[in-house]
Design a protein around this ligand. Structure first.
Ligand code: PMP
Length: 310
């Protein structure tokens, strides 16, 4: 997440079966994952409803981590065990995290110290920690985006759908370039030159009253928020097409917004200094953002299955 976000120093974290203060959760400098980026992770949010935390899409995140681990020849805890550890992480920190929205980071990593970039016969480790998190991107104003000069890694090079730790160097390069050049966030094109996603967000555009988003073969992460937004659009009677999107469609779009666990639903003011639509938040984006917020704060009974109270 954002470099300005610091984990709460007094939280209790999980590392390889033990619960300890975060600053005592340490790994050796020759850890395989540190040297080769051999890990995969999840990012979840838990929303404070005034009395308790409700974890958003808990099972979906646990299932994605479990599936991604298999793809990367790693062994994650069972889905129900992942759910139990993530919930326990919130419970153990209930005192310090009460009253705030929270971000939770479970991460599976190659904990061995052997030499050589191979996934076989290197032990797996697992960690989970949580910290307070407000907005990841500033949702109060429209975002200024750029199309990155860095291309998205191909799913056939580092599987983008796995949330592999090593793949986030690609995101870090794009985000850093964007910030250095005065933008809030970067949009990747994939190696076919099609619109792909942000450094840590999926993207939707509105053209002629319909939503469009890159399809699941476009080297994107199959975002859980993306899926929820597609479902919300259907419920709101807004057509949504998953298809290849050309770069110039970004400039021709009436509305553009980013979605993700971190950024939630964030509207876009301009891309490469070209104002999107009227330059204000569009009606479809506003409807999706409101429906999403009603869902995550438990105000919409139709989204009851999104939340797990802890
Ligand atoms: N794309 C990338 C590269 C991401 O890191 C994220 C954040 N997990 C997303 C998209 C959004 O995915 P989700 O909605 O599952 O958080």
């Amino acid at each position: 997440m954002s470099t300005t976000q610091r984990p709460e120093p007094m939280t209790i974290a999980h590392l390889n079966g033990e619960w300890k203060p975060l600053d005592q959760c340490l790994v050796p400098i020759n850890t395989h994952a540190l040297q080769y980026g051999t890990g995969c992770f999840e990012g979840l949010r838990a929303y404070w409803d005034g009395q308790r935390h409700n974890v958003l899409f808990l099972r979906e995140h646990a299932e994605r981590l479990h599936r991604n681990a298999r793809l990367l020849l790693m062994r994650a805890p069972a889905v129900d065990d992942l759910i139990a550890i993530i919930s326990e992480c919130l419970r153990r920190n209930a005192g310090v995290l009460a009253g705030a929205n929270v971000y939770i980071r479970p991460c599976l990593y190659k904990s061995g110290t052997s030499l050589g970039p191979v996934l076989l016969n290197v032990p797996d480790g697992f960690m989970c920690y949580a910290f307070r998190l407000g907005d990841y991107l500033d949702t109060s104003k429209g975002l200024n985006l750029c199309v990155s000069s860095w291309r998205r890694i191909s799913d056939s090079a580092i599987p983008t759908r796995t949330k592999a730790t090593g793949g986030y160097l690609n995101s870090a390069l794009a985000k850093s370039e964007a910030v250095l050049n005065g933008y809030d966030e970067a949009i990747f094109l994939n190696d076919r030159g099609q619109v792909c996603e942000g450094s840590a967000e999926n993207i939707f555009i509105v053209r002629d009253g319909r939503l469009h988003t890159p399809d699941r073969t476009a080297d994107i992460l199959e975002g859980i928020t993306r899926r929820a937004v597609i479902d919300l659009a259907k419920r709101l009677g807004i057509a949504c097409e998953e298809r290849p999107i050309a770069r110039t469609e970004l400039y021709a779009a009436d509305e553009v917004f980013l979605v993700g666990t971190g950024c939630q639903v964030s509207w876009v003011h301009a891309i490469d200094r070209r104002v999107v639509g009227t330059g204000q938040q569009g009606a479809i984006t506003a409807a999706i953002q409101k429906a999403y917020e009603d869902g995550v704060y438990g105000r919409d009974p139709k989204c009851g299955s999104w939340l797990t109270p802890v």
